[in-house]
Design a binder for this molecule. Structure first.
Ligand code: F6R
Length: 490
């Protein structure tokens, strides 16, 4: 604040900061920046009548938007005030080595594995004595639970990799093994998911599934839609959580709403779950972080067991989400009588082989580097896929944008002729997922059309598929597996 007495760390956006700023300017506050964060410090100072925590609570009641806040008063250096709204915040507890505040579990791990996830509308005082929590609305103290995180500090280190994303890509085989865990019985052709809160009666009574998520988790959900409709024979809708939460979706007690999230803290997905529950739907979370806010909101959880994902771009969690959807679709398919035990057995067998196949693929780094260096100077890419690999194209385009800062679009290949083909020329290469599957011929012909526009094609193709080589300029070969499982490999 203008006296340098209140220090603020803020993640999020204060939506009504201009209104608050106007009020504070009128009462003589001077600002040194244009940021929304600065008004938080001034607002606390404005409310301070000698009780700093009361001032903090009064300020919180005025703030709209999203925040994870950590506040320090210069005159009280042994206390940190914390609060959250629509942004994750957790406190790490130790007996003698201090307390810690962060927005994610990973940075805590070298200090403590005992954490408290704050809920919406909670504020706390962190000090040497531990944590005290209060309800922001009533000011009443709140009791809380300390969660023990199963991850260890080594899991949050780079372990010799240049960056976390590379490490996490290499963890994918083990992550898939962990997600499968003890959830299958190959002998009986059964999936063992009794702990997710969907028994046989509920599985049979479902008349619709709605999947909701953001970003990469949404694309995993899109693969889930194909799988659940096929094996479960249930109509499945999917919606971005940021759209779903502001619509008036039609849901009832026979709808299963599946929320997908690595962090379990994404604000739009959390709000989507609240809405689904309000409307009486049964909710299931496909989630990575145990104890996260989402796990406490949903009726049941299917943990993906991917370990800490520290790289900003999701990789291994995406794989684990795909496996989770695979297992869930087979589980519902068996319970609803739409999937034969024999077919389930076959899929379990093939699923278990995938980690090994990916280990082999990860050895092809040199080839990938060579191809990357051929394509690195293009500034636009089109990713094409069909059917269950349409989401693979969307996810590929997202990763390229996010990591290489190159513009890329993902398209369902059958849509090309309805407009986007106009964009293709020698400066816009196509990355096409054209592995063997039910729509193989279709995508090959879509790629032929694209090539008539002179664009370069990089095909993701099935190993030893000589025939397709005529239609691509470069190829990355992947092992031949059941098309239903191909998104994991592609
Ligand atoms: C993309 C990516 C994001 C997340 C999205 C949802 O690489 O990481 O698109 O997938 O922000 O996050 P979670 O899964 O934590 O809800």
């Amino acid at each position: 604040d203008h006296e340098g007495r209140v220090v603020v760390v803020h993640n999020g956006i204060i939506e009504n900061y201009l209104d608050i700023k106007e009020k504070l300017l009128a009462s003589g506050h001077e600002f040194s920046s244009e940021t929304d964060t600065e008004i938080v410090a001034h607002l606390i100072a404005y409310h301070d009548r000698g009780n700093p925590f009361e001032a903090f609570m009064s300020a919180l009641r005025e703030l709209k938007g999203a925040y994870a806040l950590a506040i320090l008063f210069r005159d009280q250096p042994d206390q940190i005030f914390v609060a959250r709204k629509n942004c994750p915040l957790l406190v790490g507890i130790t007996e003698n080595e201090g307390q810690f505040v962060a927005s994610d579990v990973a940075p805590m791990l070298s200090y403590t594995r005992d954490v408290v996830f704050l809920d919406e509308n909670q504020a706390g005082i962190v000090s040497n004595e531990g944590l005290k929590l209060f309800c922001v609305n009533t000011g009443e103290p709140i009791s809380f639970q300390i969660e023990r995180v199963e991850w260890n500090p080594v899991m949050a280190e780079k372990q010799g990799y240049k960056h976390f994303m590379m490490k996490e890509i290499h963890e994918q085989p083990d992550v898939i093994r962990n997600t499968i865990g003890t959830r299958t019985s190959e002998e009986q052709g059964e999936i063992l998911l009794e702990d997710i809160g969907i028994d046989s009666a509920r599985a049979r009574s479902l008349n619709r599934i709605v999947i909701t998520a953001c970003g990469t988790a949404y694309y995993a959900g899109l693969v889930g839609k194909y799988l659940l409709e096929k094996a479960g024979q249930i109509p499945v809708d999917i919606d971005l959580a940021s759209e779903f939460r502001y619509r008036d979706p039609i849901l009832d007690e026979n709808t299963l709403v599946i929320a997908v999230s690595q962090s379990g803290e994404t604000a739009d997905t959390l709000a989507a779950i609240d809405l689904a529950k309000q409307k009486g739907a049964h909710t299931l979370g496909i989630i990575n972080v145990k104890g996260s806010t989402m796990t406490r909101k949903v009726n049941g959880t299917l943990y993906i067991h991917a370990g800490p994902e520290i790289g900003v771009a999701s990789t291994k969690a995406y794989m684990a989400m795909l496996v989770a959807f695979q297992l869930l679709s087979m589980y519902l398919g068996r319970l609803r009588g739409n999937l034969e035990a024999e077919r389930c057995r076959e899929l379990i067998h093939d699923l278990k082989v995938i980690p090994q196949l990916i280990e082999e693929m990860l050895k092809e780094k040199k080839l990938v580097e060579e191809i990357a260096s051929k394509y690195m100077n293009f500034s636009n890419f089109l990713f094409l896929g069909r059917d269950i690999n349409y989401p693979t194209a969307l996810e590929g385009a997202l990763k390229l944008k996010e990591i290489s800062y190159i513009h890329a679009e993902g398209y369902a290949a059958g849509e090309m002729k309805h407009g986007p083909i106009a964009l293709l020329d020698k400066d816009c290469p196509v990355v096409a997922v054209m592995t063997r599957g039910p729509l193989y011929e279709k995508i090959v012909s879509n790629v032929q059309e694209s090539r008539s526009r002179d664009c370069r094609v990089l095909g993701i193709i099935t190993k030893n598929d000589r025939q397709v080589l005529h239609h691509v300029d470069d190829a990355l070969e992947v092992p031949d597996i059941d098309p239903v499982l191909s998104p994991l490999i592609n």
